[in-house]
Design a protein around this ligand. Sequence first.
Ligand code: GLY
Ligand code: MN
Ligand code: MN
Length: 437
Amino acid sequence: MQAAEFKRRRRQLMGMMGPGSVAILPTARETIRNRDVHHPFRPDSDFFYLTGFAEPEAVLVLIPGRRHGEYILFCREKDPAKELWDGYRAGLEGAVEIHGADDAFPITDLDDILPGLLEERERVYFAMGSDPAFDRRVSDWVSQVRSRARAGVHGPIEFLALDHYLHDMRLYKSRAEIAVMRRAAKTSAAAHRELMRSSEPGMHEYQLASLFAHRCQMAGAAHLAYPSIVGGGNNACVLHYVDNAAPLDDGDLVLIDAGCEVDCYASDITRTFPVNGRFSTPQRQLYQLVLDAQLAAIDKVRVGNHWNDPHEAAVRVLTRGLLKLGLLRGTLAKALKAKSYQRFFMHRTGHWLGMDVHDVGDYKIDGHWRELEPGMVLTVEPGLYIPRGVKGVAKKWQGIGIRIEDDVLVTNGDPDVLSRDVPKTVEQIEAVMNDGR
Ligand code: GLY
Ligand code: MN
Ligand code: MN
């Protein structure tokens, strides 16, 4: 992503914040995994969206209209001894020269400098509630400024959430963002194809998970967007299954929900296929039903339709199919009204996708589903989950969990399926899996 892109975003946001305001955005905290070991650091998405600065211990301050500079970055100073142990730091000079900050200060001076930056600012934009320790610091700074009222200093009088502006901006992807998201989806798609080719009875779920990560990393995506879900047979019915510890049995399906991250943008793809390369009849019947629902939902990802149209389309197809297969009883109208599909499909058909896998952005505006507009990216991921032992369901359907998930860009024309490179029809999957066997 070019520096100009980050600059454009800051300018747009400051235009919406207006004069007399200040925004304070800390990046994510480093978190301890266990003694002396940290989880891999990932910058906060809002912070990174506005800075492109990936180091920990940094705070962005935006002050529209400030004469001595509107974009201020607090960050770690250069320190040869620490850099020897922990790696490169941009330092204050890098913050200005590389990252385009108007001014940069040491993160250790935050408490001394920040109150002065709040003087004569009426409104503070700050995401209260995500880090209680940081919340306390912000309110201390504001109190300090207010306590100087008798000296004629005016402090902020209003706290506001930035989400309304910032998350709306993040919902509409620019050309540069779409290019990155396409790369993430293509990289994940190639890894999913590889998993289809490599699956064999007797392998373990974690081996497919590891192969997915390996393929993505070999292609240049260092991180996954979320922990991979690899569930064989009945495990596919656990929606957030991450144990990935079981062997993959001959005759079972395996569900793989996995996606890499590229430059802090996520992909989120699910495919379900037979471990041994051939669908059984009940597996094929259920799979085809989920696929029909998914295709009907994708076809609703069009400008002018609203957020819930794809979900409604999926629910209709699934309900009709479940009635036909005898998994639900009654008339279509009654089953839809009673939402009886929820017994087998208990999540929604998708979510916004972007820097966060469950990305930001409102789904409703003034109580109404939001209309789809070009540049929005969402997932389409219907499923059916029929766990072993479920009452009143014929044995042949049990132990089957299926989800098919793609990443879809809203355009002025047809839906643009960013993850289209992974096979998804029964015939395509069987062909890929049995090629050369
Ligand atoms: N991988 C998380 C989700 O599909 O929402
Ligand atoms: Mn998803
Ligand atoms: Mn997913």
